[in-house]
Design a protein around this ligand. Structure first.
Ligand SMILES: *Cc1c(COP(=O)(O)O)cnc(C)c1O
Length: 461
């Protein structure tokens, strides 16, 4: 194709309803931040201008999904929307049995309680906060078997979520296959910066685990975004559709937990999917205790309908290209400005390297938490800490975990903001970056026991 024929990506939709956002004054933000204990999770959304806290449940639904809400069948049992959802999951993901849950962590709770015994080890390609906690609460110990490159923010490896087969096999040999109930494979890896796993690596993990009779449970929260990177970067996949790649990924695993609030384009929802009959039976037994009947599991009928439609939309090429394209746009802009970010740019957000931006702070002074607070103060843009605070404490020693990656995540909701919003975000981050030496560290004044990043409060040192 000649240069003159180049076409940029653009949003494959137009806007028919708008939600005004409020632009606040610096004094208001200072007050709001103090009241929130310098934790962006504790801000009121009314005080936020551009909300890049998370891409979870914050996406804009399509007119088709909204129409689906009107088709909600709120029968207690056997809602037609459940069967639509079941059909969509079987068609697009290929898993046999599904158990709906109110969101991803509920599915993690159920699978962890069923499969993990006290003293077991659960390998995974880096941890996720809720996933690891549910493994621990079930008596398991999470073991990180991701490739070393994933812990290096500057390494440009195209598939930083790949599993290190030696680390995995060493663990199996050391602990014994019967102490490893499953391997947890995430597509994409959130805590590594939204990085994908390659199909080649997943196939190798499959072959290795099959040798030892260990199943794979797939954290498929961002599977469509992972599939986009496979199509874009991996040899032999450019001619396949996103839908075909997604299905191939799922076919290499035995079951999945899904937070439908991410790729599947709904504001609430999730599910557990498994192929094994016996496992399904156990999960169906548990869901009625913790979530609701097995044909709604904590979701309204209308939400299951919106999810069934969202799953279909999530694997459309034009959608996913624009979604990832917008994140790349923001990332490339920040790279051009010289701001240290995790490379390559991930699928759902841009991760700022807080250690590099605030070299005058030690990790105990919570650089990423401090940086997120400073960005909010500058512009009303809300980001999230993904560093020492999110990483929590060691379950045995009680000491802080010290992750190598100390990051602020600028997470882009799907189909919500425009390129002009991304420009404003980049300008604010650039301004904060240039005055970064003036940013003070923070210390805890309140720290809850579980998932402390959500509710902790801080003060300026
Ligand atoms: C969000 C998320 C979860 C948990 O899902 P919730 O819907 O928030 O409960 C699990 N794994 C990953 C990778 C996630 O991003």
């Amino acid at each position: 194709m000649s240069k003159s024929k180049k076409r940029s990506w653009a949003e494959p939709y137009k806007i028919k309803m708008v939600e005004p956002v409020r632009i606040t004054q610096p004094e208001e933000r200072e007050r709001a931040l103090k009241e929130a204990g310098y934790n962006t999770f504790l801000l009121r959304s009314d005080d936020v201008y551009i909300d890049l806290l998370t891409d979870s449940g914050t996406s804009a639904m399509s007119d088709r999904q909204w129409a689906g809400l009107m088709m909600g069948d709120e029968s207690y049992a056997g809602s037609s929307n459940f069967y639509h959802l079941e059909d969509a999951i079987r068609k697009y993901y290929g898993y046999k049995h599904i158990v709906p849950t109110h969101q991803g962590r509920a599915a993690e709770h159920i699978i962890s309680q069923i499969l993990i015994n006290e003293g077991d080890y659960v390998p995974g390609n880096m941890y996720f906060t809720t996933t690891r906690l549910h493994q621990e609460l079930a008596g398991g110990t999470f073991v990180d078997v991701i490739i070393d490159e994933a812990h290096d923010p500057e390494n440009e490896h195209p598939f930083k979520a790949d599993i290190d087969l030696n680390k995995l096999e060493d663990l199996i040999k050391d602990k014994g296959a019967d102490r490893i109930p499953y391997v947890c494979v995430a597509t994409t890896v959130n805590m590594a910066g939204g990085q994908p796993i390659s199909m080649k690596n997943l196939k190798e993990v499959r072959a290795l685990t099959q040798k030892y009779g260990i199943p794979i449970i797939h954290d498929m929260t961002r599977v469509a975004e992972n599939a986009f990177f496979i199509k874009d970067r991996e040899d032999g996949y450019s001619h396949l559709s996103i839908a075909e790649i997604v299905k191939e990924i799922c076919s290499l695993t035995d079951g999945a937990t899904m937070s439908a609030k991410k790729d599947a384009l709904v504001n609430i929802g999730g599910f557990l999917a498994v192929n094994d009959e016996e496992l399904f039976d156990k999960a169906r037994n548990m869901v009625v205790v913790y979530e609701g009947l097995h044909t709604y599991g904590g979701m309204a009928g209308r939400d299951m309908e919106a999810l069934a439609i969202g799953i279909k939309e999530s694997v459309e090429y034009d959608h996913i290209r624009a979604r990832v394209g917008q994140v790349q746009y923001l990332g490339d802009k920040l790279i051009d400005m010289g701001v240290p970010v995790v490379r390559p740019i991930g699928s759902h957000g841009v991760f700022l390297d807080a250690k590099k931006i605030l070299p005058h702070l030690t990790q105990d002074q919570l650089p990423a938490q401090s940086l997120a607070a400073a960005i909010y103060l500058d512009s009303g843009v809300r980001a999230m800490e993904r560093g020492i605070v999110s990483s929590g404490r060691n379950r045995v020693t009680g000491e802080h975990n010290y992750p190598n990656l100390e990051m602020v995540r600028l997470t882009v909701p799907r189909r919500v903001y425009t390129q002009a919003h991304m420009d404003v975000v980049a300008e604010s981050v650039e301004a904060v970056f240039h005055e970064a030496d003036k940013i003070s560290g923070l210390r805890f004044v309140y720290e809850p026991e579980y998932l402390r990043f959500f509710q902790s409060r801080f003060e300026i040192i």
